[in-house]
Ligand binder design. Structure first.
Ligand code: ATP
Length: 888
């Protein structure tokens, strides 16, 4: 028989399982249940809390729950909701187990998590994507997540409705969905619950939502708004259901779903097609399905390397769903042949007939066939895991005895290990990390005049960008970890500060080991004497011609010399120039550019490349592995660029070209006094308003940097600044400023388009004009900036600022208000998404009385907002608003 202390533990553990039971976890209720002293129970509960076993919620009554794992410090929460959100974000979620959750689906899953735990019943979500990309699968995992994280009870249902079944029969939908009463139609012999009611407390998944008739869509959004509806045949009584909505469609939602319904779905996520996913993820999916087959057939499965390569490169029209079928059928085909064997071996021969080989380019270069066990399928990739690399660096440290040469050894090690690294530009730019890292390296190049080495730049993206790599770091347990750290630290300096600055900006959490690796790579990337003064780039047509020449040559000379850009066959010289310009734009601090291309006309591209006039530019055509090798060898021998061109001309019978370019790029600057985050979003909205092929660079900058003269003059060396868009005029001489306020009010948009007249034709200008008017409406702006309901949020923030002005007897200018609306809307979203609790408010003693008064008035004005979103605006943010208003 266990004692009372154990009984309390067991009861709390059991009740924690079911969120509905959490309110029972208080001393009074437990004491009643066990018929014992309340004080004693309270003592035990607090003991467990102090040990970090239970979390404490300081509501009335005080509640306890079992933490997912023991914490070092005692955890206290201000409300049930805060505890629940924290608990959810610290438990392993089924959503995190989805393949790709840490890379291609990373953003999507974070968005979904924030949306479904939004109080009280989550925000509706729309999942789009081609057929077979996993929309229904994701909806089911969302449901499992909600159950596991206790946002819904164990008995809550997942109700799936395939709307395409009702496309021609709205009445049937309404009766099945909302239920009916006896006599509602012929055959309605008794009252019947509808799917909406069955889903009460759970998840309602409406698949192929675009096929619902207009009438049904209207009824649906009325139900979404109020949670109530009439059963068919009964217009008097209201039925109720509180369910979470997940919608899916494989069509373009803007075209097929009523705008009124679409507006009520604030979170829209897009699942990528199978061929858009990385090789690593494809391999993991293949492994996942093969493991399922292994379980079914009860035999170990072996697959050939060529079949894996086929599955990775084949275009599956039905995406992941098709891949799953093809794997199942291949295993079935193999099983017929190998009934007697205790292993199942599958090769290209077992592929089902429906798979066509005509598009399969890789088949030409199949490798020597070899079988791989399913469990080993993704093993090779693990070799590049952060954990492995740190272990290697640690071993080098022990072997080499720390010396001046330590970082030379590290450099050699990385060059050897990552010589074949290939990350395309588009991959790096798609992610938040990629964009930020690019911006950051540009900032250190511009502001600190530090050159960035492309090779190490790529390794950092490869290892630390969750979109690119399996981010599976476990704590490294070295006996001599601290010695290693000390050895390395001897050679580190300002890099440490820069890395921390960057990490804070992207909100990258990392443990000690990861941080040290990041700093080592960063140091190697920026070491001045080794920095890359010459960029060598191969551009060629074909799926991987350029990268394969670059990889071969880099491997042959044992050094990372060439970057590569692969071009589709039908690309125009203009598009090539655009891609090369994008590449150059990211690497401003080089002295020479050596460009090796495979196409004919030299002048056509060179005239379209934008290279500042202080840089040498050499172009070599008809690139082949031989020519690239010749160039690489000369680079290794430190031959200067002009001589390389002459030598190649002598050695090879080809055309070469050398010129100094003088053309500058045009730029629109986006800035926002309330911070770089908002400026970046502003930039995204501007980019969206311009045609895709626009050559004008649109970029975001820190307000205070832009206001500095020397910063602007550096920028002007490479760019011609057309105008600035932002919340507050940074007063840059000779550059027109357009305030967001004007754009919101539709003022001055014509002036913008006038400035662009030389770049676009009349039709394009009209489109830009309309886009700006559309994209800069205040609601749309907030919509872009937040996932919360923009109209509601904006209304509440506007009211709060109005009250604040009245309280303080202030009259803020329109543009100050607009700046504040946008900043505070973004802030509220940040706080909602933060998952944890807001910091304790501790009005510092050093604050001025003026600020203290402001703080009080601000808090009073924002009470409604804070309560509605269950957030607390921290003092530091209030101080920010205070300074902003003071400056304006
Ligand atoms: N990430 C994944 N991990 C494991 N299995 C997956 C994944 N994505 C999809 N699948 C599997 O692929 C098949 C097709 O997925 P699903 O039916 O969810 O696609 P869909 O996008 O809803 O397709 P449709 O638009 O045709 O309804 C299912 O059997 C599903 O289990």
């Amino acid at each position: 028989m266990s004692n009372l202390r154990d009984k309390v533990y067991i009861l709390i553990e059991k009740n924690t399982e079911n969120y509905e039971e959490w309110p029972q976890n208080n001393a009074k209720k437990i004491a009643e249940q066990f018929n014992c002293s309340r004080n004693l129970v309270s003592q035990y509960l607090n003991e467990y809390w102090e040990k970090g076993v239970f979390g404490k919620i300081v509501s009335r009554p005080v509640l306890f729950f079992k933490l997912p794992q023991v914490e070092i410090n005692a955890k206290t929460f201000k409300s049930l909701h805060a505890a629940r959100v924290w608990n959810a974000s610290h438990s392993v979620s089924p959503l995190d187990a989805i393949i790709g959750s840490e890379r291609s689906l990373y953003q999507i899953i974070s968005q979904i998590k924030a949306a479904i735990q939004y109080p009280p019943h989550g925000l509706p979500i729309l999942i789009t994507g081609e057929t077979g990309t996993g929309k229904s699968y994701l909806a089911q995992v969302i449901y499992k997540h909600l159950q596991k994280m206790k946002f819904i009870t164990k008995t809550a249902r997942f109700v799936s409705v395939n709307c395409s079944e009702y496309s021609n029969n709205p009445e049937l939908f309404l009766s099945n969905f909302f239920g009916y009463v006896k006599g509602a139609f012929t055959g309605a012999t008794q009252n019947n619950k509808g799917l909406a009611e069955i889903a009460d407390g759970g998840v309602l998944f409406l698949d192929e939502i675009h096929s619902l008739s207009k009438e049904c869509q209207e009824k649906l959004f009325q139900f979404m708004d109020t949670g109530t509806f009439h059963r068919l045949g009964d217009n008097e009584h209201w039925s109720k259901s509180n369910c979470r909505f997940v919608f899916a469609t494989s069509e373009n939602p803007e075209k097929k779903i009523l705008p009124t319904l679409l507006r009520r779905i604030p979170v829209k996520v897009f699942l990528p097609a199978f061929n858009k996913r990385s090789e690593q993820e494809k391999k993991e999916l293949i492994q996942f399905f093969l493991k399922n087959e292994q379980k079914k057939v009860g035999k170990e499965i072996y697959i050939t390397n060529n079949l894996v390569s086929f599955l990775i490169h084949y275009t599956f029209k039905g995406n992941v769903g098709d891949l799953k079928n093809v794997i199942q059928l291949s295993c079935a085909n193999a099983l017929i042949q190998q009934v007697e064997e205790n292993k199942l071996k599958i090769t290209l021969m077992e592929l089902p007939e429906k798979v066509g080989f005509e598009n399969y380019k890789e088949l030409k270069n199949t490798n020597n066939s070899r079988f791989i066990a399913v469990s080993n399928l993704t093993k090779n990739d693990q070799k590049n895991s952060i954990e492995h690399i740190i272990t290697d660096l640690y071993t080098i440290d022990i072997k080499k005895k720390p010396s001046e040469k330590l970082f030379d050894c590290y450099q050699k090690y990385f060059k050897k290990r990552f010589i074949n690294i290939s990350i395309s530009d588009s991959e790096t730019l798609n992610s938040f990390f990629g964009l930020k890292f690019q911006q950051f390296t540009r900032h250190i190049e511009d502001d600190y005049k530090i050159s960035v080495d492309t090779f190490f730049y790529k390794i950092i993206l490869y290892l630390f960008d969750k979109n690119n790599y399996h981010y599976d770091f476990k704590e490294v347990d070295f006996q001599k970890w601290s010695n290693f750290k000390n050895d390395v630290n001897k050679y580190l300096g300002y890099e440490v500060g820069l890395v921390r600055e960057f990490k804070n900006e992207v909100d990258l959490t990392s443990n000690e080991g990861e941080e040290l690796l990041f700093i080592i790579l960063f140091k190697l990337m920026v070491e001045e004497h080794k920095s890359q003064k010459r960029l060598s780039l191969i551009v060629a047509h074909g799926a991987n011609t350029a990268s394969s020449i670059a990889q071969t040559v880099n491997t042959m000379v044992g050094d990372y010399i060439f970057d590569a850009i692969d071009m589709p066959l039908d690309v125009t010289s203009k598009e090539i120039a655009l891609r090369v310009n994008n590449y150059l734009n990211k690497r401003k601090s080089f002295a020479d550019l050596l460009l090796l291309v495979d196409m004919g006309s030299l002048e056509k591209i060179s005239s379209q490349l934008e290279i500042s006039n202080n840089k040498n530019f050499a172009l070599i055509t008809n690139v082949s592995t031989g020519i690239a090798l010749d160039v690489a060898n000369q680079i290794k021998l430190k031959v200067d660029t002009a001589s390389i061109v002459q030598n190649v001309k002598k050695n090879q019978t080809i055309d070469v070209f050398f010129q100094k370019s003088v053309k500058k790029q045009d730029m629109i600057v986006c800035t926002c006094e309330s911070g770089l985050g908002t400026a970046t979003k502003l930039k995204q909205i501007m980019v969206k308003s311009f045609p895709k092929n626009s050559k004008i660079v649109i970029d975001s900058f820190d307000y205070y940097s832009i206001a500095k003269e020397n910063y602007i003059s550096e920028l002007r060396k490479n760019y011609n600044i057309l105008f600035i868009v932002g919340t507050l005029d940074p007063q840059v001489k000779g550059v027109t400023f357009f305030s967001i306020e004007d754009l919101i009010l539709g003022i001055n948009v014509k002036k913008i388009t006038n400035k662009l007249a030389v770049y676009f034709d009349q039709k394009q200008l009209e489109i830009i004009n309309n886009n700006i008017l559309k994209n800069f409406s205040l609601t749309n702006l907030t919509d872009q900036l937040t996932i919360l309901n923009p109209t509601k949020l904006l209304e509440q923030v506007t009211d709060a600022i109005y009250i604040l002005q009245t309280k303080l007897n202030l009259s803020l200018k329109n543009n100050t208000c607009f700046g504040l609306y946008i900043h505070i809307c973004c802030l509220i979203e940040r706080l909602v998404m933060q998952k944890g609790m807001a910091d304790e408010i501790n009005l510092s003693k050093t604050s001025s009385n003026k600020f203290k008064n402001f703080y009080k008035a601000f808090k009073n004005s924002f009470t409604v907002v804070e309560q509605y979103y269950s957030v607390e605006i921290p003092e530091i943010e209030v101080k920010y608003v205070y300074d902003y208003i003071k400056e304006a």
